[in-house]
Design a protein around this ligand. Structure first.
Ligand code: IFM
Length: 408
């Protein structure tokens, strides 16, 4: 069975990771304060070079592209929206459309305006209101131009890294702050979901908007199947991080589709401190039965997990998009294998009747990988961070061949 003819083939980026000079954001401030060992600086200078980058995406045979709008550029000061930034993203969307690339727009991809963080970030009780106001502005500004919206990227990853692991920008930490941020994400998503639909209806015409979230699914397996505490920790971890948020949103009918960011799985054993011990600890040992290649970030390559994930999410009866799937490596031949094997999983899931509608490789470009800096290379396109020269990698051509074969 081939991929459906309307299948979306693309790659993804996020604003802070590629644009450069994101000076009004909390991440920029975090970097300047030396809270992480790296600075994003000019990143890929995608802010000025997006035309060139979209030429490459089109040449790779893609028909869609996922990117994020930077809230900190749109609303650099509380309540003040920048016409210049809105114009910029209008041009970005037009540039994609000219090349036949369907825009998949993310509203929040880990970064906030600095003022928002100073007000208390996602823990602040008015956080959903602030986000809704920004989303309303975006809905109006891009009415009729964007069909696919992702409100929030990887909410659980954000909450974990910011409020529990304390690696990403946040003033408050701990389980209470984490829970409060999570509830606020849910409220913010639901508000944005409603208003994106209302604005589209008011505007009339065109195909109806589709609003979803991008949920990171990191599968979890017990270190020792036969030991109940390992099994329990792995189960709870899996439920809390992978499906709880989706369960809540689908129960409230607040999703038109589910975006899945799938990379790997973790082996988990009982352990940890305090409340967090409920979710166990990720095992640092290589498991004998998982001697598969690992990415530069140490992540196991486990394509079967994507198949399992897609089948598992079938129960929601919603269209599924793989909104991220990628491999950080200096060995592009490994990337090629990774893509081929994961697309085989997608194809198998389609054959099993799963409504998968699109696949976005992470990432179009090598980029700024948050607290890990520019060292991990995820790109279909190699970026020289000194000269900012781009060079398409062979894996991009391989992906193009697959796409061309699949769309006949
Ligand atoms: O680079 C990140 C991205 O911002 C969110 N998903 C995972 C990617 C790789 O770590």
């Amino acid at each position: 069975m081939p991929f459906p003819p309307d299948f979306l083939w693309g790659s993804a980026t996020s604003a802070h990771q590629v644009e450069g000079n994101n000076t009004s954001s909390d991440w920029w401030a975090w970097e300047q304060e030396g809270r992480v060992p790296f600075k994003s600086g000019l990143a890929c200078d995608h802010f000025n070079r997006y035309d060139e980058d979209f030429d490459l995406a089109r040449d790779f045979g893609q028909n869609a592209h996922r990117f994020s709008i930077e809230w900190a550029r749109i609303e650099p000061q509380e309540g003040c929206f920048s016409d210049e930034a809105i114009r910029h993203y209008t041009q970005v969307i037009a540039s994609l459309r000219r090349r036949g690339l369907e825009p998949f727009v993310t509203l929040h991809h880990f970064t906030n305006p600095k003022w928002f963080q100073e007000r208390g970030g996602w823990v602040h009780r008015r956080a959903p209101f602030f986000f809704k106001r920004y989303a309303a502005q975006m809905a109006q500004s891009f009415k009729g131009q964007v069909r696919f919206w992702i409100t929030i990227n990887e909410p659980l990853v954000y909450v974990y890294q910011s409020y529990l692991a304390r690696i990403w920008p946040a003033d408050q930490v701990g389980i209470r702050a984490a829970l409060s941020a999570l509830f606020h994400f849910e409220e913010a998503h639901r508000a944005a979901f409603d208003l994106l639909h209302q604005v589209q209806m008011k505007g009339g015409g065109g195909e109806s908007v589709q609003v979803g979230v991008a949920q990171a699914i990191r599968l979890s397996s017990p270190c020792k199947e036969s030991w109940l505490p390992d099994r329990a920790a792995s189960y709870l971890r899996d439920y809390a991080f992978n499906t709880l948020f989706l369960d809540r949103l689908t129960r409230r009918r607040a999703l038109d589709f589910i975006g899945i960011n799938y990379y790997t799985r973790d082996f988990v054993h009982w352990g940890g401190k305090g409340l967090l011990s409920l979710f166990g600890e990720v095992c640092p040992n290589a498991h004998a039965h998982t001697r598969t290649p690992r990415s530069a970030l140490g992540w196991e390559v486990y394509p079967e997990g994507l198949y399992k994930t897609l089948l598992r999410l079938k129960k929601y009866h919603l269209p599924l998009y793989v909104t991220e799937n990628g491999f950080a490596t200096d060995d592009d031949a490994e990337r090629e294998e990774f893509i081929k094997d994961h697309l085989t999983s997608v194809r198998r899931a389609l054959e099993a009747g799963t409504p998968v509608k699109g696949y976005f490789y992470w990432s179009l470009l090598d980029n700024f990988e948050w607290a890990e800096g520019t060292r991990p290379r995820f790109g279909l396109v190699e970026v020289d961070f000194q000269s900012l020269r781009r060079a398409a990698r062979p894996s991009a051509r391989r992906l193009r061949e697959i796409i061309l074969t699949e769309i006949g």
